[in-house]
Design a protein around this ligand. Structure first.
Ligand code: 3PG
Length: 306
């Protein structure tokens, strides 16, 4: 049995060592395809793989069709919008993610970016503190819960919106539940996005919501660029000179936004929320264990397709 680890953005070397150990101890073979620039490399490598481990690498119908022996695809991370679930299901392939394994890393980056925005992108001018400010968490999943925990350490007032999470779970974490996006954006100077990119959420954060934010509002996006209505964001930033947008995923109009709004916007060069050795080890090794558990024992606890 061969497990292909295909990561255009590689894991830390220490994580790869751990992945190798899990796969080889099971008596399987690891094939490593890192930093590939040509899609053909992935199509060729997947042809002989029984299992595939990826990060944000695009696994579309063509990759799935090329993986003639594929039985399991594990997304080492949370969001699986990069994988064509319907094509995988059709081909009888199990798709899994590794929920929670990289969430602390992403949550810490939220505060790196929040502090940076509050301190005017470290430009030497007088900024503000996070203490006693309101932060709204849009989706209270694994990352959102870590954001809440850290926000409390900063002395922030924490609110969250998540129709899939009972109020009691938020209240136990010392978080005030709200039940509409209007409340969430209207009440919080900082809003941190943690919604997945789905048909319902794509383009759902736009002008109307962003301009509801209080004076000096900072929208932090470590989730997915697709959830933002980019034209609406641009219009909001144009109209409201006090607003800032900081994101771990460059919008398509990043160059234009930077030119127009200077240091009121910030984008990491490459998505780096989960790019820590700890997150790589956690998610990478979990993905290796889950792949082996599926191939050897048919265990599919983290399956996301039916
Ligand atoms: C995730 O969905 O787990 C994060 O967005 C991290 O993605 P990455 O593995 O591509 O860094």
């Amino acid at each position: 049995m061969k497990i292909l680890v295909a990561t255009e953005k590689p894991f830390a070397a220490v994580a790869v060592d751990g992945i190798r150990q899990v796969i080889e101890e099971a008596g399987y073979e690891l094939e490593l395809l890192e930093k590939y620039t040509d899609r053909k490399e992935l199509l060729d490598a997947v042809a002989t793989a029984d299992g595939l481990i990826v990060r944000s690498d695009k696994v579309d119908a063509e990759v799935i069709a090329a993986g003639k022996n594929l039985k399991v695809i594990v997304r080492a991370g949370a969001g699986y919008d990069n994988i064509d679930l319907a094509a995988a299901t059709e081909a009888g392939i199990c798709v899994e993610n590794t929920p929670g394994q990289n969430s602390n890393a992403v949550a810490e980056l939220v505060f790196g970016m929040a502090v940076m925005a509050a301190r005017n992108m470290m430009d030497g001018t007088s900024g503000s503190e996070l203490k006693d400010k309101n932060i709204g968490i849009h989706a209270f999943g694994q990352v959102g819960r870590n954001v809440a925990r850290i926000a409390k350490g900063f002395g922030m007032n924490v609110t969250a919106l998540d129709p899939y999470c009972p109020d009691s779970a938020m209240e136990e974490a010392g978080v005030k539940p709200v039940h509409s996006v209007e409340e969430l954006y209207g009440q919080n100077k900082f809003v941190s996005l943690h919604i997945p990119a789905t048909a319902e959420t794509k383009g759902s954060i736009g002008y109307d919501l962003i301009t509801r934010m209080p004076k000096g509002g900072v929208l932090i996006n470590t989730a997915r660029k697709e959830v933002i209505d980019e034209a609406g964001l641009r219009k909001a930033l144009e109209e409201r000179q006090d607003l800032k947008y900081v994101a771990d995923i460059k919008p398509d109009n990043a160059a234009e936004l930077t030119e127009l709004f200077g240091n009121r916007v910030f984008f990491t060069p490459k998505k780096m929320g989960a790019q820590t050795s700890e997150a790589n080890i956690n998610a990478g090794i979990a993905a290796a264990r889950q792949s082996v558990a599926f191939l050897r024992d048919g265990i599919d606890r983290f399956r996301v397709n039916k």
